[in-house]
Design a protein around this ligand. Sequence first.
Ligand SMILES: Cc1cc2nc3c(=O)[nH]c(=O)nc-3n(C[C@H](O)[C@H](O)[C@H](O)COP(=O)(O)O)c2cc1C
Length: 375
Amino acid sequence: MKILFEPARIKQMVIPNRFVRSATYDGMAGPDGHVSDPQVRLISDLAAGGIGLIIHAITYVHSSGQVSGFMNSLAEDACINGMRDLTAAAHRRGAKIAIQLFHGGREARFVKTKNQLPMAPSVIESDPYYRGSCREMNEDDILSVIAAFGDAAGRAKDAGFDAVQIHGAHGYLFSQFLSPFTNRRSDAWGGTLENRLRLHREVCLAMRRQVGEDYPILIKLGVEDGFPEGLEFSEGLLAARILAESGFDSLEISSGVRGKKYEGTEYRTKINQTREGYFRDWAGRVRQQVDKPVMAVGGFRTMKMMETLVRQNDADFVSLCRPLIAEPDLIRRWGNDPDIRPVCVSCNLCLELLHKGGALHCVMLRKRAKKTSAR
Ligand SMILES: Cc1cc2nc3c(=O)[nH]c(=O)nc-3n(C[C@H](O)[C@H](O)[C@H](O)COP(=O)(O)O)c2cc1C
């Protein structure tokens, strides 16, 4: 298991081991997206628990991209100070910390945008779920979103983050541009794969201008949508290659556009699958094609599987989300006993809780503790 505890580098960032805490929305931000004390405690616990790199939760860079009232913001300079507390909490305990910069696109149905429709690459008349609920972005909208990502990256660096990651998966703005199902544009931002990736590349350039050449810019990339007419893996793989060659320094490999509306067709959400490392084949295929570090994410639960993956060079890092909600100290304990099985059973009650506006915790563990104390 030694290899998982060996340091590795993404550009100038030396990560003490191969474990990444995948970005995890926590529903705990304060008013106007400021950092709250519970968030600082969460980051402290994770860092003390032995994780190498923490990717802090979805953080909006432009008010049009906000999906919840309890998420962080880097849309304004006023948010920088609070973010310094997060980065200091991670660094004090030896972890690196990145922040996930985010725009929800057509999913940005937060109350603040109630009177303005959320923006999307295209309005799909044949899609009853979205018809009438979003508007097509014009060139000015796109340019202002690009500028907002650049500015937010500058603020992230100022706040002490070691890297930024853009959320290019799970059906949010970047996924919507990449997917041929959600992007029906016929201008320079749609059509060919190169055009559907233009937003990603322009955002990378805008961020690079703010943070300089040595600073790591990462992307979580959805490489397949998983329903008819959506992004196919063959194109997702090509997209990964193009992005690695266009200035992104590491790719975390996940799924693309998804959601309840497509269930009942061929689409099945893979987050519920229990097969360990359910996207690992995608990560391995991407790893063979790019010469940038790759993070594998999705259902990793045993040291044996993670070690095999890294040893075989199918990924450089392994990213975990749900197991660390229940046990933020799992990595340190794995270091002492690699046979520990995480208590997380991927029940997704944590996700349901967040959708109802709750603050992140392992619902199952808390229920269990309540039962025990009632006895
Ligand atoms: C509670 C919760 C919050 C999440 N928040 C984010 C997020 O902010 N950004 C993101 O890219 N993915 C988010 N995800 C997805 C995870 O990062 C990860 O890709 C997914 O849960 C699979 O990894 P796991 O099996 O280790 O949980 C979230 C998932 C859960 C369960």
